[in-house]
Design a binder for this molecule. Structure first.
Ligand code: ZN
Length: 291
């Protein structure tokens, strides 16, 4: 089944909800990065978080989530675009920890102490960036904490990764946000329903779709479905962007790279695509630094 996201808004326009299924793209990313189970769960949750954040963007905008913790994974980077394209990687993919209370120990792998930084390219002069300390290192709570504290929109996030020994079986999640002037009564009711609905992982395991997750969350609260959009694992790297990144290293660094080797290989951290540059090409790029 395809990966997709559904976005709704309550009839009074004061609470929005998003839910997604990301199984296909998470499976692909985990294979590409050869992640071990605990790292797969962490990357899976983070990619779903990225997909949810991407759906809040306007056309042409991009968002990056960086989770940097004191655990063995060290860092997770996820980027999402308004088009539904998502990409991501973990700094250390070969992390496997014992289960904790029967669950994959994502907080143990990422670290309970760390920072979540959200950077948005809103197509303005400056990038928008906000950082919060980890709330728990479990990713969903950290994102909810960031949205509530840094963006001042009280939010609840649930993310699930259901795995069997054979690999990823179902991943996805939801995000609920109280918009300005939302009524406390509705928020209380939503919180109550979140409490009752159980773990997202269990719901995904039962085969629940995004529409059904939202129904469970908003049951009894009238809402309109705004959109249903496809999600995909897609990298935005290109030879041109790699050249730009090389140029940003500066003239000195580029010249020393050119002197070191006949051919310099640049590998995209997100998709492992390789870009080769000859000595002459690097020297040419070094000249461009001047302009
Ligand atoms: Zn790439």
């Amino acid at each position: 089944m395809e990966d997709y996201l559904v976005r709704i808004i309550t009839k009074d326009a004061r609470v929005r909800g998003l839910a997604c299924i990301t199984t296909g793209l998470v499976e692909k990313a985990c294979l590409r990065h050869d992640t071990y189970p605990t790292a797969s769960a962490a990357l899976g949750r983070a990619l779903s978080a990225g997909a949810l954040m991407g759906a809040l963007l306007k056309t042409g905008q991009r968002v990056a989530l960086k989770f940097a913790g004191n655990g063995p994974i060290r860092k997770i980077i996820v980027e999402a675009e308004s088009t539904g394209a998502v990409r991501g990687y973990v700094a250390e993919p070969h992390v496997e920890l014992p289960l904790k209370e029967g669950k994959l120990d994502v907080a143990g792998a990422l670290g309970r102490t760390g920072f979540l930084t959200v950077t948005k390219d809103l197509r303005l002069k400056e990038l928008y960036s906000g950082t919060v300390q980890f709330y728990s290192g479990e990713i969903a709570e950290d994102l909810a904490y960031y949205l509530t504290e840094s963006e001042q929109l009280p939010s609840a996030v649930g993310l699930g990764v259901y795995m069997e020994p054979t690999g990823i079986c179902a991943t996805g999640g939801f995000l609920i946000q109280a918009l300005p002037y939302s009524e406390e009564e509705v928020i209380d009711r939503l919180m109550e329903q979140i409490g009752k609905m159980g773990f997202v992982t269990d719901l995904l395991r039962e085969g629940k779709r995004p529409e059904e997750l939202l129904e469970l969350l908003f049951g009894g609260i009238p809402y309109d479905t705004i959109e249903k959009r496809p999600l995909a694992l897609r990298c935005s790297c290109s030879r041109e962007r790699t050249e730009e990144a090389l140029i940003s290293l500066g003239k000195e660094e580029l010249t020393s790279l050119a002197n070191e080797k006949d051919r310099t290989e640049v590998v995209c951290q997100f998709c492992h695509e390789r870009y080769l540059f000859s000595r002459e090409e690097l020297e040419c790029l070094a000249k461009e630094v001047m302009h």
